[in-house]
Design a protein around this ligand. Structure first.
Ligand SMILES: Nc1ncnc2c1ncn2[C@@H]1O[C@H](COP(=O)(O)OP(=O)(O)OP(=O)(O)O)[C@@H](O)[C@H]1O
Ligand SMILES: [Mg+2]
Length: 295
């Protein structure tokens, strides 16, 4: 499979009402799962819709290897898989039948369409549910079906927009494994505001905030931003409320003798505070504040 990197140059998107959803965005993305992290309204879906050829940007250029994505959309469309943030399908169609129909729409003959459908079912671990109607799938199964339709044409570029929203812990774990596997042989672009999704699947990530790229590097490099700035200290309920308002509170846990608050602050926040090993969540909060964790 062609493993040319995806290169985004100075991408800008302004919606009709003047909202600047993306501003001067440049990024280079290679094989593997690449994370796109950002609070609500950061511009993740806008970027993904542009890359999935569902929306034309106001300005900028996107290259996949030597091919200009916006000038030659038909070349790219065959190499592209997309799972939108809101994914709906005909409720009464069964899982396997749906995939075979979609494969036929790609222009495949009957036998080849069935083969591709079965292959996608197996990769998405849905073989068992082939005869189930779409409406009778659980939330996690619907997402896996969404992945199956997105990988039907064995795309070199797979774009998945917040695929883990609403999944329970077990489904989320299975989804991480699936994404990681898919990333072995293609570019997978994963958007989320769940830090754990990134930790479990990505080596590199970008953080978007108000349409701008505010970080782009390896995951460890982001974690390092919170080194020496992540603190824990004993506290009471009232102080927790106050800390929450500052936006730098990461978490609170209850221990036998009271609450322990975890915060990211440039300076030691209280004499009793001790410096602790940072994680990705601490670093992300340092960048964008608590709004980054979404709702
Ligand atoms: N169709 C639209 N028309 C006008 N403005 C839009 C449209 N879609 C999105 N926006 C605005 O563009 C900005 C970016 O939205 P976008 O949906 O790309 O963010 P997001 O990062 O995907 O957010 P979320 O995490 O909530 O999915 C927001 O300010 C949003 O209100
Ligand atoms: Mg979105």
């Amino acid at each position: 499979m062609d493993l040319s990197p995806l290169e985004i140059h100075e991408l800008r998107h302004v919606y009709g009402d003047g909202v600047v959803a993306l501003d001067a965005l440049s990024l280079r993305i290679g094989r593997g799962v690449f994370g796109l992290l950002g609070p609500n309204g950061a511009g993740k879906t806008t970027l993904m819709e542009i890359l999935a050829l569902r929306r034309r940007p106001t300005a900028g250029r996107v290259m996949l290897g030597a091919v200009d994505l916006l000038r030659s959309p038909d070349v790219i469309r065959r190499r592209l898989g997309y799972l939108p943030q809101v994914f709906a399908w005909f409720p009464n169609m069964t899982v396997r039948q749906s995939l075979v129909v979609m494969a036929r729409l790609f222009g495949l003959r009957d036998r080849e369409a069935r083969r591709r459908g079965d292959e996608a079912l197996e990769r998405a671990r849905l073989t068992r549910l082939g005869r189930r109607r779409f409406r009778a799938l659980s939330g996690g199964e619907k997402r896996r079906f969404g992945i199956a339709q997105a990988i039907l044409n064995n795309p070199g570029l797979l774009i998945v927009d917040e695929p883990t929203t609403g999944l329970d812990a077990e489904e989320r774990l299975a989804f991480h494994t699936l994404l990681f596997e898919l990333g072995q042989e293609r570019i997978v672009l994963l958007s989320t505001h769940i830090v754990r999704d990134i930790e479990a699947t990505c080596a590199r990530l970008a953080v978007l905030h108000h349409g701008r790229l505010i970080f782009h590097d390896r995951v460890e490099a982001l974690v390092r931003l919170a080194e020496g700035r992540t603190w824990e200290f004993p506290t009471d309920g009232e102080t927790v409320d106050r800390l929450a308002e500052t936006g730098r509170l990461v978490s609170v846990r209850e221990e036998t003798r009271g609450f322990i608050a975890r915060v990211v602050e440039e300076e030691k926040p209280s004499p009793a505070a001790r410096s602790v090993e940072p994680g990705l969540e601490d670093a992300y909060i340092r960048l964008v504040g608590r709004e980054g964790l979404g709702d």
